[in-house]
Ligand binder design. Structure first.
Ligand code: MLT
Ligand code: MN
Length: 308
């Protein structure tokens, strides 16, 4: 199994276009301890030839150009991207589909809820359904990922609903039902297996309960939501009014956070991803980075390659 981190940052990326924070300014100045990061996505392949992209970030075009395994190989048109799996319908997870609109086949997999929000947004029709089939992800049931023509990719997948919230851009319709603990398929975790290896991606996660831990346990690699260092981070930095919890994200530190809940997780590598530009773990010289590394977690970065 081959794994490539295409993007490590949360929505907005690092630096974010309108962020004048010290961290973002350091990233712009080329400070090596403040490495820029694009929006969260990983690519996984069983054979190194045909790839599955987990979440199509708005930075996908740039991510492809930065990743030689994803370059086209066969003139005049070709792509090693055989399938895209969407774990949620947020802009930072789906907007990149619009980059893949030039008539090259691949398959899109997403939960019925995420497919429904794509279906009603006509802009996504530029990704022609006759060429790019949209397939619902079954929940809690292993299945084989396939390309647009139905050829198997050698990757067994299992999607499981996790606590999360509907996409920001349809929140208004949910009203009181906007509960971040719901497990209704607005957000899924994704497990992929090949060659006896197992990777689990939960880049969006509102709460780490027993079910999530069960899914992560024993994996060779886990990618976990690290949007915020602390729940009130956006408020404290004066850049927002929402807590992490309100945004459907567990925090890295604090009660119920990633460090506390997954400290003893039996897993090969525990990698933090979907990191917001306000999260100090993005800075290689921060005390928070030292804390997560001392606890045995790794911080994802663009271009990180993993061969479990
Ligand atoms: C999130 O992960 O909370 C979203 O990416 C927010 C957004 O769409 O800006
Ligand atoms: Mn996001």
């Amino acid at each position: 199994m081959h794994i490539l981190v295409l993007g490590a940052a949360a929505g907005g990326g690092f630096p974010q276009w309108n962020a004048a924070s010290e961290a973002c300014m350091r990233a712009r100045r080329g400070d090596p301890a403040a490495r820029p990061a694009t929006q969260a996505s990983i690519a996984v392949s069983a054979d190194g030839e045909r790839w599955v992209v987990v979440n199509a970030s708005p930075d996908l075009r740039q991510q492809i150009e930065a990743s030689p395994p994803l370059w086209p190989r066969v003139p005049p048109r070709h792509s090693p991207i055989s399938a895209v799996v969407l774990t949620n319908g947020d802009v930072d997870a789906v907007a990149g589909l619009l980059h893949l609109r030039e008539g090259t086949p691949f398959a899109v997999y997403a939960s019925p809820r995420t497919l429904a929000v794509l279906d009603r947004n006509p802009m996504f029709e530029v990704v022609d359904r006759r060429i790019v089939p949209r397939r619902p992800l079954p929940f809690d049931e292993p299945f084989e990922l396939a390309d647009a023509a139905g050829r198997l990719l050698g990757l067994e997948a299992l999607a499981f609903p996790v606590p999360g919230k509907p996409p920001l851009w349809v929140e208004g319709e949910y009203g009181e039902r906007l509960v971040t603990d719901a497990e209704e398929g607005d957000v899924v975790g994704l497990e992929l297996r090949a060659g006896g290896r197992r990777v689990v991606y939960v880049g969006n996660l509102a709460r780490i309960g027993a079910r999530v831990k069960e899914r992560l346990a024993g994996a060779d690699v886990v990618f976990v939501d690290a949007t915020l260092w602390r729940d009130d981070e956006m408020i404290r930095q004066g850049v927002g009014t929402k807590t992490g919890r309100r945004m459907g994200h567990v925090s890295v530190s604090g009660p119920g956070g990633v460090l506390e809940e997954l400290a003893d997780l039996p897993a090969g590598r525990r990698i933090l991803i979907h990191i917001n530009n306000t999260n100090p773990i993005l800075l290689a010289d921060s005390p928070e980075r030292r804390i997560v590394e001392a606890a045995g977690f790794e911080v994802a970065f663009d271009g990180m390659e993993i061969a479990p």
